[in-house]
Design a protein around this ligand. Structure first.
Ligand SMILES: Nc1nc2c(ncn2[C@@H]2O[C@H](COP(=O)(O)OP(=O)(O)OP(=O)(O)O)[C@@H](O)[C@H]2O)c(=O)[nH]1
Ligand SMILES: [Mg+2]
Length: 494
């Protein structure tokens, strides 16, 4: 039996069965030119109060000493005020805060230095030029600091993506989602799934190797099968939600539609707080689809104004109506706008029958089209008068003219968009990229092969394939763990 265990040890140590362990030791990804020390302006470009320039690589300490001579390196991770001067000419450049982060306790895992200089363009370019004159330093390429952090195991791939999203986040929901991903939530979820697979694989491999051995616990294969079944359910649920995370990253498509003159353009301008569309009392003013990115109740959205839907207009307006209908089909959420004082008109009735009624309330999984019905121009209704349409489906009263009802609309939008995009403050970690979806689907397909095959060797291979897909989401690997689990989880050799 011990010979059997050593066979497993030897197997895990060779070929495709022994990729690097999935630990924070490093991703195993090589960084082109990683021996060099890189430098760059890390804060935004343009005039500002403080600009941050940083370096990463073995010559960082030398660079810091060169610009702050004759002073020594400051204590690690403490801000110190230093006079910066050009290492060759000795010309003073700025009085700045400098920080020294000896590796591996730094963002990239390498020796790093930071110069917090005054943000004038001449100061920034002077310090960058001074750094360029230090031997062994070169300007960083786009994303090179983060790439080094990944290569040194400081960030997983999903965390790298979270960091990128955080930098690009424009709405509260995007920021929350990016922070959660940067905190490693998606990575932890994938690691948890990968651990389940590793365990199942260990069980299957142990059965292959020690199936005849009395000392092997009973029901080993059944346990593996039930773990795989549970995982299939969990992955399936996440994949059904996959579009949400992507909408949260790139913005939900919210289409404003309704009959002519209902106040669609007025609503678009109100929600985007800028004059995107022309507003006029003339029906048929908007003809093209006008898009504007907006922050809607904390969620990112691409808001589209469309032509009023009606029959019998001229050819240009008809083309606008065709485009409006096309856009409606792609909408994640429809904002259906009607004139509250004109609900009995043929165009209002037609719109209610052809757009509002079929859209329905949306399915519980959030994948179908959702619709919010807005009755605009509530200021034209008689004061204290009855609800204009007690038989209508649930709706919101609004006046774009006075702003009354806007808070209620924003709250309704927040709820709808939390369904459409997923709520990053409460829900499970979201799959924000097609890459995540692709590998999760690959994992699920491989698990499908596992459940179908009768051949144990093929079943084990399917599990390895499934685990490889999960590992690729976070950018890690991991096969040596199987052995750890065999020793810990089984009684082989007792
Ligand atoms: N009284 C009142 N008038 C409004 C309100 N909202 C919009 N209007 C007016 O209604 C008219 C039509 O508004 P638009 O926003 O251009 O309507 P639309 O639906 O985009 O019209 P089309 O592009 O022609 O389909 C304009 O004269 C607006 O000032 C409202 O809440 N109350
Ligand atoms: Mg319009």
């Amino acid at each position: 039996m011990w010979r059997g265990l050593w066979t497993l040890v030897a197997r895990a140590a060779r070929g495709p069965r022994s990729p690097r362990p999935c630990t924070r030791q490093g991703s195993g990804v090589s960084v082109p030119g990683s021996g060099a020390t890189i430098f760059a302006l890390s804060s935004g470009h343009g005039r500002c109060g403080i600009a941050v320039i940083r370096t990463s690589g073995p010559a960082s300490g030398h660079a810091l000493r060169s610009l702050t001579a004759p002073r020594d390196l400051p204590p690690a991770r403490s801000a110190c005020l230093r006079l910066l001067s050009h290492p060759r000419s000795g010309e003073p450049l700025d009085r700045a805060l400098v920080l020294w982060f000896p590796g591996p306790q730094s963002f990239t895992g390498e020796d790093c230095a930071e110069f917090h200089v005054h943000g004038g363009p001449a100061v920034v370019s002077g310090v960058l030029q001074a750094l360029g004159s230090v031997p062994g330093l070169r300007p960083a390429e786009a994303g090179e600091f983060t790439r080094r952090a990944f290569a040194h195991g400081k960030l997983s791939l999903t965390e790298v993506e979270g960091l990128a999203d955080l930098i690009h986040a424009e709405t509260e929901a995007q920021r929350r989602q990016a922070l959660r991903q940067l905190d490693g939530e998606l990575g932890h979820l994938c690691h948890g799934w990968a651990r389940t697979l590793t365990k199942a694989l260990a069980h299957v491999e142990a059965y292959i190797d020690f199936g005849e051995d009395d000392n092997l616990e009973e029901g080993v294969l059944e346990q593996a099968n039930s773990e795989v079944r549970e995982l299939q359910l969990a992955l399936g649920a996440h994949l059904r939600d996959a579009r949400r995370g992507q909408r949260l990253r790139s913005g939900a498509h919210v289409v404003v539609a309704g009959p002519p003159n209902a106040g669609k353009s007025s609503l678009v301008n109100l929600l985007s707080r800028k004059p995107v569309s022309i507003v006029s009392p003339e029906p048929g003013t908007t003809r093209d689809v006008l898009e504007t990115p907006v922050d809607l109740a904390g969620f990112p959205a691409l808001l589209s104004d469309t032509a009023g839907l009606r029959e019998g207009a001229g050819p240009v307006e008809q083309e606008g109506v065709r485009r409006a209908r096309e856009r409606l089909e792609q909408a994640d959420l429809i904002l259906a706008v009607l004139d509250a004082s004109d609900l009995a008109s043929p165009s209002s009735c037609n719109f209610l029958d052809t757009v509002v009624a079929p859209a329905g309330a949306g399915s519980p999984n959030g994948n179908s089209q959702r619709l919010l019905l807005v009755l605009n121009k509530s200021d034209l209704l008689p004061p204290g008068g009855p609800d204009p349409s007690p038989n209508l489906r649930p709706h919101l009263l609004l006046s774009c003219l006075t702003g009354e009802g806007l808070d209620g609309l924003l709250e309704a939008l927040r709820k709808e968009l939390a369904e459409v995009c997923g709520d990053p403050s409460t829900g499970p970690p979201l799959l924000t990229r097609a890459r995540h979806q692709h590998h999760l689907q690959g994992c699920l397909d491989a698990l499908g092969h596992y459940t179908q095959t009768k051949d144990l060797a093929l079943a084990a291979e399917a599990l390895r394939l499934a685990r490889g897909h999960l590992a690729r989401i976070t950018g890690g690997g991991g096969t040596e763990e199987i052995l750890d689990i065999i020793f810990r989880d089984f009684c082989v050799g007792k």
